[in-house]
Design a protein around this ligand. Sequence first.
Ligand code: CP
Length: 305
Amino acid sequence: MSHDHVISAKSLSRADIETVLDRAAEIDRTPPDRDRHADDLLALCFFEPSTRTHMSFETAIKRLGGDALDMGPVESSSATKGESLADTVRVVEGYADALVLRHPSEGAAQMASEFVDIPLINAGDGAGQHPTQTLLDLYTMREAAGSLSDLTVGIMGDLKYGRTVHSLAYALTKFDARQHFVSPESLSLPRSVRYDLHESGARLKEHTDLDAVIEELDVLYVTRIQRERFPDENEYRQIAGEYRIDAATLEDAREECVVMHPLPRVDEIAPDVDATQHAHYFEQAHNAVPVRMALLDLLLAEDDR
Ligand code: CP
């Protein structure tokens, strides 16, 4: 890995990504010794709710022989007394060997990383980035399709506020994937992300209707409408439920088309999809463990040198 901190998929090179995915595949085949990182402590600082990211990072460090230090709910942290994020991370740096940060403000992880020397991993910063979700997304695609070359990927739902989408789009561009973005116009890609993608030579098209592309897709990546990021609840209600798939939707999809979702889902994927050969979202969530083990192993090994 050429990075001390993991803040954005934009700054991960294709080689960095392949290094993590290859290490994750090794870990999947042959789990490492349980004492490989016996002295390492991973701080988990979550200022926003999480089930998967929090628990899979905790599982990952424990399976590597280390331990997790959890800041606990934000309500019982000193943030409620007015402590700044910069001060919190400077303090936590003295307790742990690496730090995982989730925060509601876009740019928070980048800012916090400027105050610490231990590796800081962005576990989601508002509507910004979620780079480790992207690593496990790519791992899941590679396992399903056999390769990340020549993929056609549809990304549907909340493209404006969905940080997993922004990270994934940057990473897929590095693999020259064909990307079809499907959303209502009001939730299309942020202008800054679209600009970056065009500047990087992304092969992208934008649509308001999944029917226009479903037959072409190797992967359909569905996302939740991010209710918590809508300034206006009425706007959310107007859109919610419009971009939903069920087993009937997938009758037009290729047999090998893989349906993914970073989860949690609300009702974007009907339960009848779960029993189809397309459903890969629970496997995707489980892949978080080997992928985050791989990332920690690489970052902590580098840190030990
Ligand atoms: N996919 C994801 O980030 O899930 P959590 O919010 O549960 O961590």
